[in-house]
Write a protein that binds this ligand. Structure first.
Ligand code: AMP
Length: 215
């Protein structure tokens, strides 16, 4: 199965991937994680991408495709793509890559959220530095300042600040939002409201996939 998770930053894509990938037996391919790794390792691609990411702007298609194309091609068992495609050019490229190998996208899950929800979620988001699990500052309660799953420390993403958040929303509306109608026309779009609890959302997606399998 080949899935894409679509949605503005803070819509809950990462949180859903954590819940879905094991249940569906799919590999998670996250454009943002691959880019952050490249930045951390100071590779040439990472150095080119760094400032765009800090400011919340899209990195060039060439860089993103160079990081992702082989991963997508090599992942034969099925994947959940998160953060890619982010514009029409990338969406068409993805179709081409899959088409060349007689594969196709099965479903694009679009997580819809209000702008106020995004700003609130992103400004209190913490990420585990080792496993990538997502937390929010308030919900940590009495728990220590380390990840409940792997014990590593948290960090706040460089781009989870008010200026970059505004830019990311702007970029989403301009470049990524048009993908909704692109995939709707292809009849592979599933819309879901992202303000429900993560458990409810995951369950609805699984129910929908179950029904779709039987069609
Ligand atoms: P994310 O972790 O998905 O929120 O991505 C973090 C940042 O990486 C984005 O704000 C962009 O600067 C960059 N990025 C991630 N995916 C893409 C993509 N498909 N195309 C261009 N830039 C991307």
């Amino acid at each position: 199965m080949h899935l894409v998770l679509l949605g503005v930053a803070g819509a809950g894509k990462g949180t859903q991937v954590e819940r879905l990938r094991g249940k569906l037996g799919l590999v998670h391919i996250a454009a943002g994680d691959l880019l952050r790794k490249a930045v951390k390792e100071r590779t040439l691609l990472g150095q080119k991408a760094e400032n765009f990411m800090k400011e919340g702007r899209l990195v060039s298609d060439d860089i993103v495709l160079e990081l992702l194309e082989d991963k997508i091609r090599e992942e034969k068992k099925g994947f959940i793509l998160d953060g890619f495609p982010r514009n029409l050019f990338q969406a068409k490229k993805l179709d081409e890559i899959l088409h060349r190998e007689n594969r196709r996208l099965d479903l694009v899950i679009n997580l819809e959220v209000k702008e106020s929800t995004i700003i609130e979620r992103l400004s209190r988001r913490l990420v585990c530095s080792s496993c990538g699990r997502i937390y929010n500052k308030e919900n940590l309660g009495d728990f220590s300042s380390t990840c409940r799953v792997c014990g590593a420390s948290f960090f706040q993403r460089d781009d989870d600040n008010p200026e970059a958040i505004k830019e990311r929303i702007k970029s989403y509306l301009k470049h990524t939002h048009p993908l909704i109608s692109y995939y709707r026309k292809k009849k592979i779009l599933y819309n879901i409201k992202g303000e429900q609890s993560p458990e409810e959302i995951a369950q609805k997606i699984l129910n929908f996939l179950g029904k779709k399998e039987k069609i």
